[in-house]
Design a protein around this ligand. Sequence first.
Ligand SMILES: [Zn+2]
Length: 327
Amino acid sequence: MTNQIELMFTHQLQERKQRLEDAASKLKDPAELDHLLRDVDEALEKVSRGTYGLCETCHEPIEPDRLAFDPMIRYCIDHLSETEQHALERDIQLARQIQIGLLPKKDITLPGWASDYHYEPSGQVSGDYCDIIVPRDNRDSFFFVVGDVTGKGIAASMLMSQLHATFRTLAATGLPLDRLMEQANRTFCEASLTTHFATLICGIANNNGEVELSNAGHCPPLVVRSGGVDKLSSSGLPLGVACESRFGSERILMKSGESLLLYTDGLTESAGSSGELYGEERILRLLTDRFRNSPTELISTCVDDLNMFSGNGKRSDDLTILAIRRK
Ligand SMILES: [Zn+2]
């Protein structure tokens, strides 16, 4: 465990101890909290011995995202009791249902555009974020976003749902895109662990074909045109790296039939059977001559090719692809 993370856990544990002591001072029978205080003291002692975060059965490190959630856990997933295993499985199933409920509707009506997306967690839940938001008071444009929180599993999925709430709120304010990203970054910085950040690209598409994009360190978006595929640039730091980051934006004009494809690195960084990565070049080649394809066709072309490339094995990372096409 790095010093910085150890310090963070020590700080969290000391805060917990302080809260428990405050609570105990207000109770008629403070002994009720004795066992909780004892657990915190044990955890702090483990930090000083250098054994904090190790499973008490196998002495291997406990999964970091579980520890980030509950700094008091003592066993890795493999060494939970049967009851704990079942409770965890139920929780994860519920988290999965909640996360699926946060995705945009598939049959959403957009002004002058068609859309589709593919959202596939590598496990039960995903750290990817995908959204399409149509403002209530402006039917001439809509907002879209694809992001990827570092890591996988429950902690990443919680941060995904935080991004969802942040962007849903900010999209309704009518802020210019660069200011909106700055605000989203500040909110993410303040609320997430220092170990987590998110790459993200968001945009506003107008019914006149104008698209404004802002990219926070995310995979470059692709424009499928009649003459081939253009790769747009990536700029800006990921969200959560520095609270006062600035973000720029760029505008492109899309003609009828042209599509914009956003994706997470679960596509480009998927490994094939011999370890080589799928890569950007392969998508660029694949989508050349796909100008007339619908968003659904573009996405299934990518997913089918990725499956062929990776031999239909289990995904090693969450995968999201979002396509919008000007009608
Ligand atoms: Zn273990």
